[in-house]
Ligand binder design. Sequence first.
Ligand code: PMP
Length: 322
Amino acid sequence: MKWNRQDGWHDTKICPYQDFHLNPASMVFHYGQAIFEGMKAYRGKDDQIFLFRPQDNFDRMNNSALRMCMPRFPVDKVLKSLKALLYLERQWIPSAAGASLYIRPTMIAVDPYLGVRPSETYYFYIILSPVGAYYAEGFNPTKIYVSDEYVRAVKGGVGNVKTGGNYAASLFTTQLAKKAGYTQVLWLDGCEHRYVEEVGTSNIFFLIEDELITPPLEGSILGGITRDSVLKLAAGWGIRTAERRITIDEVLAACADGRLQESFGTGTAAVISPVGELMYREKVYHVNDGKIGALSQRLFTELQAIQCGYGDDPFKWVVRVC
Ligand code: PMP
């Protein structure tokens, strides 16, 4: 669908996947006025199709729109259109364990204009792509590289917005990490380079002395929907949870003396991503002897079951499409 000041959102349609035409001066190319979301549709119980917390993805996208001076959109209407699209494309939703249909709603600024100001015309579109299981070779711990030289975001910036610029800023460091044999970068805060923020495209958790700790949402990290789901599930299981600032020194001290029981990332792509190793200033720290912790495993199993319509859904997160 398209937006302009005069007509608001209009021209909503479902069409075959294809190239589209953009003016080379379209503002999205110059000033990064672009936002997106990442969500999944699952084929689960009785061959039914489910979405996981889609309203929360679209609400987050509307918050991103506000911060990026872009128009907000009617969530009800977009969700209804997405369900219609998924119904039409349901044959592409895989049934293999862990596989899903990835959904990428995107909004871009399309005014052909070279000065710096918000665009006055926008496109909103949704791309679908089947994806295999994230852990094709089994649920495995990852190796994480802690960056204290480069930062992803600063307070007051756009780190809590799902906009392309954040990911562009992280490419170089991620490449360095990969060259050193690590999967992802653990980002520290952009001011003191001490406080843990998030990992690649995941939020981060530490289980220290039976308390599940994750950095707070203070504007520089993305408020992950999986993060929120983990906090709610864990609290419901009687686990102590805390959203608080935690320094890398505190994490590594707890790792060195055995108080750090587990660490894992959370995100739509991997659901739960156990951390087996941390590398900081040329020193390697093993987490839980490089093994998957019991809580990571339980959260992974439980969340996947909820997403596919199996078992209890105490928070009413799952939306049935058909
Ligand atoms: N942080 C960043 C930077 C991300 O890109 C993502 C993935 N959307 C997350 C955290 C996790 O968010 P979610 O659980 O909503 O996928």
